[in-house]
Design a protein around this ligand. Sequence first.
Ligand SMILES: *Cc1c(COP(=O)(O)O)cnc(C)c1O
Length: 454
Amino acid sequence: MSSRKRFMLPEEEIPRQWYNIVADMPTKPLPPLDPKTHKPLKPEDLYPIFSKAVSQQELNETDAWIDIPEEVWNCYRNYRSTPLVRATELEKALGTPAHIYFKNESVSPVGSHKLNSALAQAYYCKSEGITNVTTETGAGQWGCALAYAAQTFGLEAAVYQVKISYNQKPYRRSIMQTFGAQVTPSPSMSTRAGKDILTRDPNNQGSLGTAISEAVELAVTTPNCRYTLGSVLNHVTLHQTIIGLEAEKQMAMAGEYPDVVIACFGGGSNFGGLSFPFMRHNILDGKKTRFVASEPASCPKLTHGVFQYDFGDVAGYTPLLPMFTLGHNFMPANIHAGGLRYHGAGTIVSQLLKDKMMEAVDVKQLESFEAGILFARTEGIVPAPESCHAIAATIREAKRCKEEGKAEVLLFNLSGHGLIDMSAYDQYLSGSLQNFEVSQEDVNRNIEQLEKII
Ligand SMILES: *Cc1c(COP(=O)(O)O)cnc(C)c1O
């Protein structure tokens, strides 16, 4: 066994291409549909909302490899590769024969994996002559990433932040403002979508779905402005495959190959980003790696939702996407893993789950923090509340390995650090943190309102 614990790639080994799993999928995802005509979308239909380059990437079913632009790669070089680490102290604490590895995306300048796509999206906007970008953010991770990427490429960024996070997590707002972004709490009176909600419900604390509606509305009504998204969509996951492509090389340096790949799940970008390069070998080379997505019990679209066409936002501005969903009106409980409070899953991951090429588990909030604290005490990194869900699922697998006496290789993604989420840890440590679960009846009631297109 190697005594080394930490594996980094030399600069020339940092991948030059992203991996598009759709090209290799045995069953392609169903197409996104125009909400009015129910016709499949063409890239041109997305041009008013997104940059042309990502609109084309979104619908690309043929190219397995897509070049990373030199300008983006140069930015990646400033913080990549990210470390692959063997979690030996966590293994000891659990007394498991499993070999546990994690890919540490928390070392990016903004503290999470989100920058990998923000840099690409900002670069493409800049190269197409766009001057302004807009987006929504929940806990603020994506907003921070976009704010920094916009600054890097000389764009103005306007961010709608879910109101409850804007008030509860002031430091991420300050970071976005430090990078030069304009931050507005959502719902706001600055858009029709926001006004509609606030006149009905003046105390509405906002949701990602509402903030998306506001940001999309701003993008389509402002010249030279485009919308960007930090999760869910195919092009976002494409950019995140840099994580798994690096990890593949680093696992080889460690002389191992994962039996189980695990990531937390909001819309699927860090899960897909780590998983897809390994899943490629299941599809093409007959490998038998398992892939486990870990979602919160309070927002369980993969484990309790339905596979159906649904909108990505509350107001119904986005195209209809074929996804595992809890319904676009679903209002998740206010858990601390803000990045996992989204009603739907990306279309690629939804198809893969339907085809049983991956699995999903749900984790309650208290179990996630218990796992996060054990990880912090053993490995010395305070994980983001989102990442705690991946750690909890990994610990479950490590305990199973112990019971079965198997030395399986487990690989999980540490999607971010939790140093700006310490109020959540405070609550856990003082015993005031709660579990939230939704009943299948509540989920069904919401799902029944969906138009049955499938
Ligand atoms: C946004 C976020 C997530 C969830 O988003 P995915 O697209 O599912 O990866 C997970 N972890 C962190 C740290 C995040 O910021």
